[in-house]
Design a protein around this ligand. Structure first.
Ligand code: SF4
Length: 281
């Protein structure tokens, strides 16, 4: 049994959120530069230039990439032979988020009650924490800062099995098309197929963190990703929704076993400021 102080988790979470709010990952930056190179619309070229310049300015100054520094989401994949010491794992994650958002002067975007009070908690907590147990002695932390311009556009479709591949593609394209300019395109689209009403969105959200350019290992799902990307970009919504060749930078799909009577499809839309990173302790 490996002992791991929760203060190590706290420090890792703090570091991840400080990093992702200031820098997009290299794959996203490269994809945006490729989108700029192939774009023919002057207006879309202007937007893409502004966005890529903004990446550079944020990295240089340490200012956040976007004013919406997001809701903090942490996927913790914990080896079952790890014993956390020195306190509560959940509280350590929360403290790591709190430290990062206060130290980075990032916008605090969380309200304690969603319907009536809507009072800001003041430190961007609580975080959304997803925990899964696996064999082993390591702890993998995937941190995401999820802005709600794009989160609000994400959808779940409870399709019948007979909807087939065309039904899935139609759901994905419908979600992106109806979102229009709201999620700050170019977007990254995560698709979760199967599972049930709550696992499909979890798969979809995790899928948005898969590096751009990496397809699903199953060739059928990889082909589905390609088709979805091509159909989304035919919509010509374009950067910032003002028309252009690149509405989405990438589509990543994941699947899970499901019930014989259904085929849940979740579409998680993430803006170009797709802020995520992971570390292993
Ligand atoms: S959708 Fe993304 S880029 Fe747009 S405001 Fe929200 S976090 Fe920022």
């Amino acid at each position: 049994m490996r002992e791991l102080p929760v203060t190590d988790v706290q420090a890792a979470v703090r570091g991840l959120f400080l990093q992702i709010n200031r820098r997009v990952s290299p794959d996203i930056e490269a994809a945006m530069r490729r989108a700029l190179e192939r774009e023919t619309s002057p207006a879309a070229r202007y937007v893409l230039t502004q966005l890529t310049d903004n990446y550079a300015a944020a990295a240089e100054t340490g200012l956040p990439l976007c004013q919406d520094t997001g809701m903090a989401v942490c996927f913790l994949t914990v080896g079952q032979d790890v014993h956390f010491t020195g306190g509560s794992l959940t509280q350590a994650v929360e403290q790591g988020v709190r430290d990062a958002y206060i130290e980075g002067c990032f916008r605090k975007s969380i309200v304690s009650d969603p319907l009536f009070d809507r009072v800001n908690t003041g430190d961007n907590t609580p975080a959304v924490i997803h925990l899964s147990l696996v064999p082993g002695e390591s702890v993998r932390i995937l941190a995401m800062a999820k802005g709600f311009g794009s989160e609000n556009m994400s959808r779940v479709f409870m399709l019948p099995p007979a909807a087939g591949e065309e039904g899935v593609l139609d759901a994905v394209v419908t979600a992106v098309r109806e979102a229009g300019p709201n999620p700050c395109p170019p977007v990254i689209v995560g698709v979760g197929i199967g599972g049930d009403f709550e696992t499909a969105p979890l798969m979809a959200k995790r899928a948005t963190a898969r590096p751009i350019g990496v397809h699903h290992p199953d060739a059928r799902y990889a082909a589905l990703e390609e088709k979805a990307l091509e159909r989304i970009n035919r919509s010509m919504i374009g950067a910032a929704g003002i028309g252009g060749l690149t509405t989405a930078l990438w589509v990543s799909a994941e699947y899970a076993p499901t019930h014989i009577a259904g085929m849940p499809v979740a579409v998680c839309i993430c803006c170009h400021a797709s802020r995520h990173a992971e570390t292993v302790l």
